[in-house]
Design a protein around this ligand. Structure first.
Ligand code: SAH
Length: 345
């Protein structure tokens, strides 16, 4: 399987190689691709899978991304916002369940000013000194990112969504810009966050050339984390009747990302688990090593609807933890109680 060896030894992939892999229908080839990626992951991280407890703190959003169910123009969306007390309770429950990373994610909600976030982050930092705090709160100023970092946040997830500027403008309203997205990512890195970028697989207008550019961006940016998952149509959005991205392509891309960036922390996402019942297990077998179960209060789960039919919206955090435990064990890996930091060497 020389193309697989070439990609792993070069830590690079050409457009032709990408086309070849995405078009390949040979089961044995696919297995070899997944196995090579998984082996790469085992070599760096062992068979340990890290969990991140996702706390979806707000479904309010000032942005109008065409793909997202939380976009401000979606009048059918139910809006909620967790109180700082509720967020602390999610962390407490999560810590008891063995989570050592909390991911605070939300729409771009103006209520969460620095004045409100700084004490909240400082409180989590003080109460859970053994945990990593990850933020996923969208685009903010460099000063704001710096304040949140100084308050105790360690990591930031901001998917670049697409590395092709023209594609970016087909997925976002005119007031959002590719340049600003890139500037945010660079600022986060310069401040010292462990940074996660990423994109949706099969988003409207996406081509193989664009995916190739996404992979080149990952190579040059060298993020600590990369989040990819299939695009899933969300009702109430302009893309509601577009077709979903494919689980198969997502799995192939997970493997390629592992091969070109062997140390990256790579989640098997909930979106992958949504379009394919054993998608997260397949993701682990294709080279992923992170899962992000939900720690949000059960009564709000169904209202963080970035896309339709999201799984696990009716489960308690403990149930998600137990269910994932079995799923991960079935792959030969194990969920661990660990911050799961990036291994630079
Ligand atoms: N407001 C934050 C969090 C956004 S939700 C931010 O801007 O970063 C996290 C990710 O979910 C997004 O970056 C996007 O890539 C993904 N997402 C949004 N809508 C989606 C959809 N319809 N299908 C699949 N993924 C989606």
């Amino acid at each position: 399987m020389s193309v697989i060896d070439d990609i792993s030894s070069q830590r690079d992939i050409s457009l032709e190689q990408l086309r070849f892999i995405l078009a390949n229908k040979d089961e044995a080839f696919l297995k070899a691709l997944f196995d090579a990626a998984r082996q790469q992951c085992l070599d760096v991280y062992g068979n340990r899978v890290f969990m991140r407890g996702l706390i979806e703190l707000s479904s309010y959003c000032r942005n109008d991304c065409l793909y997202c169910g939380l976009r401000r123009s979606n009048e059918a969306a139910t809006r909620y916002r967790l109180t700082p007390e509720q967020i602390m309770q999610c962390c407490e429950q999560g810590h008891k369940l063995g989570f050592r990373t909390f991911v605070l994610q939300g729409g771009e909600d103006g209520w969460f000013t620095d004045e409100r976030l700084v004490p909240l982050i400082a409180d989590i930092r003080r109460s859970f000194p053994d945990c990593a705090i990850t933020l996923s709160l969208g685009e903010r100023s460099k000063e704001s990112y710096q304040r949140l970092f100084d308050a105790g946040a360690n990591r930031y997830l901001l998917r670049h969504e697409t590395a092709t500027p023209e594609h970016y403008s087909l997925l976002h309203p005119a007031e959002m810009s590719f340049t600003n997205r890139m500037e945010c990512l660079n600022n986060l890195k310069a401040i010292g966050y462990q940074v996660g970028c990423g994109f949706m697989v099969g988003s409207p207008h996406q081509t193989v050339d664009m995916l190739h550019r996404d992979l080149q961006f990952i190579r040059s940016f060298q993020p600590q984390m990369v989040g990819i998952g299939p695009f899933i149509p969300a009702s109430g959005t302009p893309f509601a009747s577009q077709k979903a991205g494919s689980a198969d392509v997502t799995l192939r891309l997970l493997s390629i990302i592992r091969l070109i960036h062997s140390r990256v922390l790579l989640p098997a996402t909930t979106a992958l688990g949504t379009i394919l019942p054993n998608g997260r297990e397949m993701g682990i077998l294709a080279g992923a090593n992170v899962v992000m179960p939900n720690l949000s209060p059960k009564e709000h789960r169904k209202d963080y609807n970035i896309y339709d039919n999201k799984i696990c919206t009716g489960d308690e955090a403990a149930e998600c933890r137990a269910c994932l435990d079995g799923r991960i064990r079935s792959t030969g890996s194990q969920l661990v109680v660990d911050r799961g930091d990036y291994r630079s060497e």
